[in-house]
Design a protein around this ligand. Structure first.
Ligand code: ADP
Ligand code: MG
Length: 253
């Protein structure tokens, strides 16, 4: 049984179909890359999986159970955590408290009835490279650090499936490499990852499998090599050969 099974999922906003009958399965232990041009429906797919907005058709199953229509907190308790493309931190709380809240009200706090300790939250902050920023207000952090804090917060909930929405965007080269190593380590420890990313080098080196969305439809799925050589994907997203340099972002932002 797949860990996550998205079954003919559609999402509409008024007359606009943002996702059109998209199906995909994610197996336990995988890193799946989700790519596609801006507006392709990638974030909408994450929203539909995590209980932000209701799909107009289709189902999402997690560990075999239909979770479509569940509220976001219940989906978190079931074991899915996410980060946001546009960061959503709690501005009245410190960096450390942002992690503590997630650790206390997320899945692990809910499951074992024990709030995360400050020490455990600190360890998570150290893991994402924010060990020195625990007492700061999140809004004073540079954007790249806010994104790392979102990852720490998502991990604090104790997820089995982690959805990362452009976690690497805006990071410098060495910062992106550190975060890529962290994503690998997260998977090594047993958390399955689906990552939306425009940085092709990251997608190509981290993903076991890549899914491509275009205009709300899944147009390709396969190994990084299969997808990066697919004429349809090159036409829709990767562009001509000189733009298809895996070391460079593949799209305009
Ligand atoms: N809340 C919303 N209301 C109306 N349209 C939306 C909303 N969210 C996304 N869209 C539209 O749905 C399409 C897919 O958006 P999105 O999922 O954010 O794309 P991506 O993450 O792939 O860039 C876009 O055309 C976008 O403008
Ligand atoms: Mg998006």
């Amino acid at each position: 049984m797949a860990l996550l099974d998205v079954d003919h999922l559609s999402v509409s906003f008024g007359g606009l179909t943002a996702l059109s009958s998209v199906s995909l399965a994610v197996e336990r232990g995988e890193i799946v890359g989700l790519i596609g041009p801006n507006g392709a429906g990638k974030t909408t797919l994450f929203n539909a999986i995590t209980g932000f907005g209701r799909p107009s058709a289709g189902l999402v199953r997690f560990k075999g159970e239909v979770i479509t229509g569940w509220p976001a907190h219940r989906i978190c308790w079931a074991g899915i955590a996410r980060t946001f493309q546009i960061v959503r931190l709690l501005p009245e709380l410190s960096v450390l408290e942002n992690v503590l809240v997630a650790g206390s009200f997320g899945r692990r706090g809910h499951g074992n009835g024990r709030a995360m300790t400050r020490q455990e939250a600190m360890r998570l902050l150290e893991r994402v490279g924010l060990g020195a920023r625990g007492n700061d207000a999140p809004q004073v952090l540079p954007l790249a650090d806010q994104k790392r804090l979102e990852i720490a917060r998502a991990l604090a909930t104790g997820p089995e499936l982690l959805l990362l929405d452009e976690a690497l965007s805006g990071l410098r080269g060495h910062e992106a490499r550190e975060l890529m190593a962290l994503i690998r380590a997260i998977r090594q420890e047993g958390t399955t990852v689906v990552m939306i990313e425009h940085i092709m080098k990251a997608i190509m080196t981290l993903s076991d499998r890549v899914v491509v969305l275009h205009h709300g439809e899944k147009i390709a799925e396969g190994t990084p090599r299969e997808v990066s050589t697919s004429p349809q994907v090159i036409a829709a997203y990767l562009g001509t050969s000189e733009r298809h340099d895996p070391a460079r972002p593949a799209v305009d932002r």
